[in-house]
Design a protein around this ligand. Structure first.
Ligand SMILES: [Zn+2]
Length: 274
């Protein structure tokens, strides 16, 4: 598996969704699966989230866990469609009885990234963010929650999507309050060279301390020799991780095409100095 194949599959998913989804709103994942040649999408009793299989008569079927919630099942169905897209890009035959059963974690990560492209179309989300910015709204969790409702995905999925949108410069910091700490507490826009001016640990301590006064934050970052500041908002979130329950103070923010930079103000000295 090469990163060029992942990029090609992401492009392929973006093209597919732009011809399939013509207006903002939840993507009809079942119709999308049919368009990709899947003959049935059905709930089943299983311990896994779902799988893609070929029946004895050769038909492609997606099955998903009946007891999972709706937004999770939507993600599962998109994930299985993404397996199909990825396999096509790699020129693989899809004749195994159960495709993706033995797939490795790296492939699963790639497939989730492709699925996000299908479920949360970049074009519509960027339009919405631009519109809200013109109305004077700074990045906040209310926007993430409105978008997650529009596209019927989880809030976490939508928050991470901010890091994947082209033309957005976004950061995410998850500060562990109790329970299990996140594996990667700091994330930034993919393929970007964004760094925190003050380093991750310093910023996390500062943000959590400042959160007593306000959950609105300004975070100084560096990219390509330029220093700028990203307006962010933090929110305490309870979540279930693979290792168990956890609470994080999750700070997220972004710059669209630089216009909300002015609204956020310049990074102050205490932030940039040192
Ligand atoms: Zn998979």
């Amino acid at each position: 598996m090469q990163s060029s194949q992942i990029l090609a599959a992401i492009d392929c998913a973006r093209d597919l969704i732009s011809s399939f989804q013509l207006a903002p709103g939840p993507v009809d994942v079942i119709a999308l699966a049919r368009k990709q040649g899947v003959s049935a999408v059905e709930p089943a009793e299983m311990s896994a989230d779902g799988y893609l299989a070929r029946t004895r008569d050769g038909a492609l079927v997606i099955r998903y866990r009946a007891t999972n919630n709706r937004s999770r099942n939507r993600f599962t169905i998109a994930h299985e469609i993404a397996h199909l897209i990825f396999a096509q890009v790699q020129g693989q035959e899809l004749d195994q009885p159960r495709i993706g059963r033995l797939s490795d974690p790296q492939e699963e990560t790639a497939v989730n990234r492709i699925a996000a492209e299908l479920l949360m179309p970049a074009k519509f989300i960027l339009n919405e963010l631009g519109e809200r910015e013109r109305r004077g709204e700074l990045p906040n969790w209310k926007i993430i929650n409105a978008l997650r409702q529009t596209y019927q995905v989880s809030a976490s999925a939508m928050a991470f999507r901010m890091l994947e949108l082209p033309s957005l410069r976004a950061i995410s910091m998850r500060i562990s309050i109790d329970g299990h700490a996140p594996q990667f507490p700091f994330d930034r826009s993919e393929n970007s060279a964004i760094r925190l001016v003050n380093g991750v640990e310093f910023e996390m301590e500062r943000l959590w301390r400042d959160a007593r006064k306000s959950t609105r934050h300004i975070v100084g970052v560096k990219a390509g020799g330029t220093t700028f500041s990203i307006p962010c908002e933090g929110l305490v979130k309870s979540m279930t991780t693979k290792l168990g329950p956890a609470r994080h103070y999750w700070v997220i923010g972004w710059l669209t095409d630089g216009r909300n930079e002015a609204a956020a103000g310049k990074p102050n000295q205490s932030l940039v100095g040192k």
